[in-house]
Ligand binder design. Sequence first.
Ligand code: HEC
Ligand code: HEC
Length: 190
Amino acid sequence: MHGSEVRGGFQYPGKTYAGRFAHMPSANTCVACHDVHSTEVETDGCVACHRGVEDIRDIRTRHLDFDGDGQISGGIHTEIVGLQEQLYAALQTYAAEVADAPIGYATGTFPYFFNDINADGQISPDEAAFPNRYQSWTPRLLKAAYNYQVSKKDAGAYVHNPAYMLQLLYDSLESLSEQVDLGMSDLRRP
Ligand code: HEC
Ligand code: HEC
């Protein structure tokens, strides 16, 4: 939520990043949105301002096609997920082609990145074992993987600070694109 003020992501040198997301004053603190005890999100307040949405993931106030899929009808959540998927594919391409060691991600299994031994693009339960943790990092791969992990660990980033998350994902893709062939031309950085 605090963006570049706390540097939760890896920020690439020479780029500027969004600071704290200034939502409306009444939706600008953790406890304005989350119940203090259960941490559940109280969505009645959201839909009082964001009218006409069925699901809070459909909320959108900025209308550029950030992930380059030609669609701007979904929530800003769809743009973040779109870039996240492209970044995952890019990490795999880079790891296979440049580091010569295929990589995969296992949600919820420390330390998350593992050798994709059979290079099938998936991390199976036997591959997601600590001794098989990924260790063929290059500096470029580690930075981009760090930001992928930041995005995976904050499922609420599209509310907490969508611009900051879009910037981190875009810049990670851009960095990898200096070494492997990625279609960057349709992507937009906020
Ligand atoms: C504008 C409203 C809003 C504010 C402010 C806000 N959150 Fe959230 N937060 C959400 C919503 C909405 C989700 C759920 C996203 C989803 O699952 O689609 C969420 C999700 C989360 C999650 C769960 C993420 C997950 O993996 O499921 C945590 C933890 C969290 N918020 C912590 C915080 C903290 C700490 C703060 C203050 C620094 C904060 N939030 C501020 C709306 C808010
Ligand atoms: C008082 C009115 C108000 C309330 C309450 C409110 N919002 Fe917002 N929200 C806004 C405004 C205005 C913006 C645009 C802010 C900006 O871009 O500077 C916004 C932006 C957003 C965005 C970013 C959209 C985009 O395209 O980047 C999301 C997501 C969002 N709100 C979700 C929520 C959720 C979820 C809640 C309830 C937990 C909530 N909002 C409560 C007024 C509100």
